[in-house]
Write a protein that binds this ligand. Structure first.
Ligand code: ACO
Length: 405
């Protein structure tokens, strides 16, 4: 590893690395990925063990405070989060300004950004107490905001959070409960959603996390920095991939299902077609994404619980995965399914609409964004992020008068 800062100070040399393929933008002690082995650790703990033995609240504690909570710390932390699940009533009037058919990510970007206008006591990013309370507020309020965006799109009344429920259970209640009929939270679906949250909680310096860091490095408030992360996550090459993957499966299904996979794969291989196998490939994983394995397992459990074992999209996804993994094109490029390949099927089975998938991802990733933001601000060497450029435009020239141009 070359420390370019030292090299720059000594020689004036800097590097050109679009897409940050080989440049570390920061040091971090939060999440470790070994892309060749297909390994993911949060603060040293393997994702498989966290998914098996911990819940999302413990994972949040781990990411934020660098260690798993004791039983009493867990209780205290969960209680703190629970105390902040409601949003200001004014938020519903703000929400009313959106078209009902607005994309939930457009709505969520606005709602999260708007939080800074309600909490003037926690907008100083350089103040650790402000950062701590804004972290709790964001983690607590994200499920409420995502559910509000959904209810608004449906024209249904919002459901207030119920603090006796778990984090995932409360989200299900706010999404699917109505004032006429309380939602009976199924433990299998609650567990599946909790696992989705754990698997999406952090993933080191991905595009949205880097966006949050860059945005926060200017000294803006934590809510604004997280809103920037939500906006970045929306893109189909990033968090929007779960929505895109499910839409792709629907398209193949509509064209004839499993029989049409061969034709679809031919299109993917044709670079001029612009078609990609969504939910496949990753900048860092050059092996099976460990989250995809866990998600596939959850998918089986959820479909069994709901009696959907013969779900045609799940069958199609499995067939597509099998064919792609045996195909030279994918083998040579080390393209494997990523977490989004199966998370869409799980979310759809739970009843979450496709357009809200990325919102659920944003809800889960919020804790990772905050942990990364805290790490950056807490670093005594932190500076405003300011990428350099290689200028390729016109040389210096004089402005001709208007009538001579
Ligand atoms: N389908 C078909 N071909 C692909 C795919 C894919 N999904 N992904 C990569 N390739 C090909 C590229 O065309 C390229 O081929 P070439 O060498 O012949 O030019 C080669 O594999 C390398 O791909 P890059 O685009 O250089 O890889 P990069 O690291 O830049 O991109 C990315 C990673 C954006 C995730 C890409 O694989 C992709 O677009 N995948 C589909 C979208 C997706 O699932 N995103 C979710 C990422 S995970 C997450 O955000 C939670």
């Amino acid at each position: 590893v070359i420390d370019i800062r030292k090299l720059y100070a000594q020689t004036g040399m800097f590097t050109y690395d679009p897409g940050f393929l080989s440049t570390a933008a920061t040091q971090s002690a939060i999440t470790y990925i070994d892309g060749d082995k297909g390994e993911l650790l949060y603060r040293g703990y393997p994702i498989e063990q966290l998914a098996l033995h911990c819940d999302f609240m413990e994972t949040c504690h781990l990411l934020l405070y660098a260690d798993l909570p004791t039983a009493s710390q867990k209780e205290q932390f969960s209680k703190l989060v629970t105390n902040h699940t409601m949003v200001n009533e004014q938020m519903q009037f703000f929400l009313r300004g959106f078209r009902r058919d607005a994309h939930p990510m457009a709505v969520l970007t606005g709602l999260v950004g708007a939080l800074s206008s309600f909490y003037h006591d926690s907008t100083d990013i350089n103040n650790p107490q402000h950062r701590e309370i804004s972290a709790i507020r964001l983690i607590a309020k994200m499920p409420t905001l995502v559910a509000m965006a959904y209810k608004y799109s449906m024209g249904q009344p919002y459901m207030y959070p119920q603090n006796r429920l778990s984090y995932a259970g409360n989200f299900l209640h706010m999404m699917f409960g109505t004032p006429c009929e309380p939602y009976q939270v199924s433990p299998v679906l609650e567990h599946a959603l909790d696992r989705i949250f754990i698997l999406h909680a952090d993933h080191e310096q991905n595009a949205s996390t880097s966006t949050v860091r860059l945005c926060g490095s200017s000294g803006t408030n934590p809510f604004a920095a997280i809103a920037a992360g939500v906006a970045c996550l929306w893109g189909p090459a990033h968090g929007g991939a779960n929505e895109a993957a499910l839409n792709m499966l629907h398209d193949i299904q509509a064209q004839g299902g499993v029989e049409k996979i061969g034709e679809f794969i031919r299109q993917v291989k044709d670079k001029n077609s612009g078609v990609k196998l969504m939910g496949f490939g990753h900048r860092v994983y050059k092996n099976y994404d460990p989250r995809a394995k866990l998600m596939q397992e959850t998918c089986n459990q959820v479909l069994a619980e709901l009696g959907l074992e013969k779900d045609p999209l799940f069958k199609l996804a499995k067939a597509l995965e099998k064919i792609a993994l045996e195909d030279d094109y994918f083998v040579q490029r080390k393209l494997y399914p990523n977490v989004d390949f199966y998370s869409g099927i799980v979310q759809r089975a739970i009843g979450i609409p496709v357009k809200l998938f990325t919102g659920v991802f944003a809800l889960a990733r919020t804790v990772g964004w905050i942990a990364q933001l805290n790490e950056m601000i807490g670093d005594p060497e932190y500076k405003i992020g300011r990428p350099r450029q290689l200028f390729t435009g016109a040389e210096r020239r004089d402005v001709p008068p208007l009538d001579q141009r």
